[in-house]
Design a protein around this ligand. Structure first.
Ligand code: A2P
Length: 273
């Protein structure tokens, strides 16, 4: 290991990288709408995580950086780390984070964690990933991990947003997975994306909770109604969305699991700020 301190772009004079934190370099940034963007950073050689986990990230722009939990959107085999974020104009972190450029430094705490992991679910036939807004991020990781397809025959990624433009990240993501030389082979014919919009005209409209209770989701997909024998679920979105989707899944007889006690569905809140 070298004793040369890495360059920390954007840090105040005398800034020292805190213990337990990696300082990584931004490699690319892509803006989707005035509310959404994706960025990628270099991956520390020693950093290990399970696809679907989250990590705390911050910026070195203050003596005491503000950290927020972010789901890692890249799979565990990727040599970079990807994040998908909202932009809050005066947000303590995203206010500044939305302005990052390649070459800038992002801080990342060393310990990843989370419940949206394959290990927290019992084996099953069909895995549903229910997401709204930036809640698609952990699923962006999981659908790029061959392990997901080893465990489940079918993977259905639902993504609901207020507006059509907010679906762009998920659309490009799934297309990329199917075209990927490594994961595409696993995902072919088994990964399906089900996108809906709630506040604009679009082919498929409505909240996923309503589409499940009305049965339209299952009709559209041509699959049986969710049952604990065949189906597993992962949920990521706002607090209200998590709660309501959880209630719907419980109505179908599924039960919430955890790392320590795998069951038929798991829940994580979408980390924003
Ligand atoms: P809606 O437009 O009807 O509020 P948000 O940006 O507020 O997190 O919303 C993202 C998407 O999630 C929107 O399409 C929104 O629908 C939907 N949504 C919000 N709350 C819930 C909920 N409790 N259950 C299901 N979907 C929800």
């Amino acid at each position: 290991m070298s004793d040369i301190e890495p360059i920390v772009q954007g840090a105040p004079a005398g800034f020292a990288i805190p213990a337990g934190v990696f300082a990584q370099t931004v490699t690319s940034v892509e803006h989707y709408t005035d509310r959404l963007f994706k960025f990628r950073i270099t991956r520390p050689g020693s950093f290990r995580f399970r696809s679907g986990e989250f990590v705390m990230i911050g910026l070195p722009n203050a003596e005491k950086p503000v950290y927020r939990a972010y789901s890692i959107a890249s799979p565990s085999w990727d040599e970079e780390i990807e994040f998908y974020s909202i932009k809050v104009p005066d947000g303590p972190l995203t206010g500044k984070l939305q302005k990052i450029q390649p070459g800038d430094t992002v801080l990342m705490r060393k310990k990843p964690t989370g419940t949206l992991v394959n290990d927290a679910l019992l084996p099953g036939k069909r895995l549903y990933m229910f997401s709204t807004g930036t809640g698609i991020a952990p699923f962006a990781s999981l659908i790029r991990d061959p392990e997901t397809y080893e465990k489940f025959d079918e993977v259905i990624l639902t993504h609901t947003c207020r507006e059509v433009a907010e679906l762009a990240y998920g659309e490009a993501l799934v297309k990329g997975v199917l075209e990927d030389p490594l994961v595409g082979e696993f995902a072919a014919g088994r990964l399906r994306r089900y996108a809906t919009v709630t506040r604009q005209d679009y082919g498929r409209r409505g909240r996923i909770t309503d589409l499940m209770t009305s049965g339209k989701l299952f009709e559209d997909l041509g699959v049986p109604v969710i049952s604990p024998d065949a189906d597993r679920g992962m949920i990521c979105g706002s607090m209200a969305m998590l709660q309501e989707t959880k209630t719907v899944l419980e109505g179908f007889g599924l039960a919430e699991g955890a790392n320590s006690k795998p069951d038929t569905f798991v829940v994580e809140r979408a980390f924003v700020g």
